[in-house]
Design a protein around this ligand. Structure first.
Ligand code: UN1
Length: 502
C-alpha cells in the first residue's frame, strides 16, 4: 500500500521511476515497514566528482547579483507551494510523521524561502571609521563556495531548506547528503528545485546536487578541501566525528546535534496551556524532534494535578497510521529506535523510575512497523538515563520545591538546545530568560520546546554543537567576511602611528 502511494507521489513530484527501482539502498516506510524504493548509492569517487561540479557551479553563481539569486529562491518557494500537498504526504510516508506535520514541514520550507528572498537584498556589511585621514573601512561578505549539508531523517526536507535557501542567496552551491532513511524526499526536493531553476533560466548547472548513500559517502564531504562548510544535523555522536574531522583541514562546520529539552512548570502556571504544550512537544512527532520535550521539571504543589492530566491525555492519544485523519502520533522510524526506547525505559526502571506507557501498539496490524504508546516516567532524581537523549517519546518527570533547584536541574544535562517555562510569575520567567537562567539556544515562556518558527536563529549550546541555522543573522555562516581599507588620499599614513619612511 505505501509502496504504490510513494510511487504515485514521486511520479507527481517529478522523480524519474528509473532512479527509484534499482540499487541496493532499500528505503522503508515507517508506516508499515514495507520497502518503498531501491536506490543506487554513490561511490566515493562519484561523490568527489559531484563536489567538483559543485565547485564549478559556485564559480559562476558567485558572479550573479544577490537579489537575482533571490529570484531563484522565490521561484523555489512558488514551486514548493505548488507541490506542498504531495511533498508533505511523501514526508509522512518516509518519516512516519502525521500528515499535518508533513505539510507543516513543507510550510517551513516555503517560509525560509520567503525569508531568504528578502535577505538577498540585505546581506549587509558595516562601514567603519578609520583612524587614518582620507581612509575608509568597510566589510564585504562573500560566498564560501561549496556547502555540504548532512541532514537527519526526522526533518528530512525542512532542515535542508534552511541551509539551502540561505546558502544559495549567499552565492554558494550545495551538495546534500540526506539520511539514508529518507533519500526519497531529497530526490523530490531536487526535482522541485530543478523546476524552479528551469523557470529561472540562467542558473548554472549543479547548484544543487544530492549524494545518495550511507555515512561513507557523507564522509567524502568531511575530508574534501573543496567543501568550505559542512552543515550537519544529527546525533551528538555524529557531531563528535564531524567537528574535529572537518576542523583538521580548517573547514567550517555548523552543527545541530542532540537535545534534552526540559519544561519547567511553576505553581502559577496555566495548567491548560501546559498540558497542551507538553503533550504536543513530548509525544508529538513520536518524540523524534531534536526539540522534543524529554524532561518535565514540575513544582511539587502542582505535580499530582499535572501528572494526572498528562497521563489521561497520553492514554487517549490516537496512535496509528500517520496518513489517517485524527491520528496524532505515528510510528517510530524503525526497529532500532524501538529497541533504544525499550532499553532506556528498562534503564530508568532500574534507577527507580515509574513508567506509564511505552509499550508497543498495533503489532498485529503492522508487524514490521513500530508504534508505541508515548511514555511518562516519574523519576526520583536526574539519573544518567535522564541525562541521555533517547530519540523516542519518553517524558521523564522530576519534582522541585525551590526555583533555584529547578534551574540547576534544568541546566544539568550535557545538551543545550531548547527549553521552556510555564509560569505567570514575571520574576521566574525573566530569570529563566536571563544569563543565569536556561543555558539553551532556545528559551521559551508559556509555549513548549518544539515547533520553532524560521525567523529566529535555531540551534543550541554544549553538546548540541553551537550552530545556528535558519533566521536572524544565521546567513553569516554561509559567507566569509572581508575587511577592506580604502585610501582615497595622496598620503600613506600607517596605522598605530608607525613610521616606516623609505
Ligand atoms: C529538528 O528536529 O531537527 O523547532 C528540527 C522545531 C522544528 C524543527 C526541528 N521547527 O521543532
Amino acid at each position: 500500500m505505501t509502496e504504490s502511494l510513494a510511487s504515485a507521489l514521486l511520479d507527481q513530484l517529478g522523480v524519474a521511476p528509473g532512479v527509484r527501482s534499482s540499487g541496493s539502498l532499500r528505503v522503508r516506510s515507517p508506516v508499515d515497514g514495507s520497502a518503498i524504493a531501491r536506490l543506487q548509492s554513490h561511490t566515493a569517487a562519484e561523490a568527489a566528482q559531484i563536489i567538483g561540479r559543485s565547485r564549478e557551479a559556485f564559480a559562476a553563481w558567485r558572479d550573479v547579483p544577490a537579489p537575482r539569486r533571490g529570484e531563484l529562491i522565490r521561484l523555489l518557494g512558488e514551486e514548493l507551494r505548488a507541490s506542498k500537498e504531495p511533498l508533505g504526504r511523501l514526508v509522512s510516508v518516509e518519516t512516519g510523521k502525521i500528515l499535518s506535520e508533513g505539510l507543516g514541514e513543507v510550510q517551513e520550507m516555503i517560509d525560509i524561502c520567503d525569508f531568504a528572498v528578502g535577505l538577498s537584498r540585505q546581506l549587509y556589511g558595516l562601514t567603519i571609521a578609520s583612524e587614518r585621514p582620507g581612509h575608509r573601512m568597510m566589510e564585504t561578505w562573500h560566498p564560501l563556495g561549496v556547502v555540504g549539508v548532512i541532514s537527519a531523517f526526522n526533518f528530512p526536507v525542512a532542515v535542508w531548506s534552511w541551509n539551502f535557501a540561505l546558502a544559495l542567496v549567499c552565492g554558494n552551491a550545495v551538495v546534500w547528503k540526506p539520511s539514508e532513511k529518507t533519500p526519497l524526499t531529497a530526490l523530490a526536493c531536487q526535482a522541485v528545485f530543478e523546476r524552479a531553476a528551469r523557470r529561472f533560466g540562467a542558473a548554472p548547472a549543479n547548484l544543487s546536487q544530492v549524494l545518495v548513500g550511507d555515512r561513507t559517502v557523507g564522509e567524502v564531504l568531511l575530508d574534501d578541501e573543496r567543501v568550505a562548510l559542512v552543515s550537519a544535523t544529527g546525533s551528538t555522536r555524529m557531531g563528535r566525528e564531524v567537528g574535529p574531522r572537518v576542523a583538521r583541514r580548517f573547514g567550517r562546520t555548523l552543527l545541530e546535534l542532540g537535545g534534552n529539552n526540559a519544561v519547567i512548570v511553576a505553581p502559577t502556571a496555566d495548567l491548560d496551556l501546559a498540558v497542551r504544550g507538553i503533550v504536543f512537544a513530548a509525544a508529538g512527532t513520536c518524540g523524534q524532534r531534536c526539540t522534543t520535550t524529554r524532561r518535565l521539571i514540575v513544582h511539587e504543589s502542582v505535580k499530582a494535578a499535572l501528572l494526572a492530566r498528562l497521563k489521561k491525555a497520553y492514554a487517549g492519544l490516537p496512535v496509528g497510521n500517520p496518513l489517517e485523519a485524527g491520528v496524532l502520533v505515528g510510528p517510530l522510524v524503525d526497529g532500532g529506535a524501538f529497541e533504544s526506547m525499550q532499553a532506556a525505559l528498562n534503564a530508568a526502571r532500574a534507577e527507580g523510575g515509574q513508567v506509564t506507557g511505552g509499550e508497543r501498539l498495533l503489532e498485529d496490524e503492522f508487524p514490521s512497523a513500530y508504534y508505541v504508546r508515548p511514555a511518562i516516567v516519574e523519576m526520583g532524581a536526574q539519573t544518567d538515563t535522564v541525562r541521555r537523549e533517547t530519540f523516542a517519546p519518553i517524558l521523564y518527570v522530576l519534582g522541585y520545591t525551590d526555583f533555584a533547584d529547578a534551574l540547576k536541574l534544568h541546566n544539568d544535562v550535557p545538551q543545550g538546545l531548547s527549553s521552556s517555562i510555564f509560569s505567570n510569575d514575571i520574576r521566574e520567567t525573566e530569570t529563566f530568560l536571563s544569563a543565569r537562567g536556561s543555558d539553551c539556544g532556545i528559551a521559551n515562556v508559556n509555549i513548549g520546546t518544539s515547533g520553532a518558527e524560521i525567523g529566529g536563529a535555531f540551534g543550541g549550546e554544549k553538546e548540541t554543537g553551537g550552530g545556528r541555522e535558519s533566521g536572524s543573522d544565521a546567513w553569516r555562516n554561509y559567507m566569509r567576511r572581508a575587511t577592506n581599507t580604502i585610501n582615497y588620499s595622496r598620503e600613506l599614513p600607517l596605522a598605530q602611528g608607525v613610521r616606516f619612511d623609505v
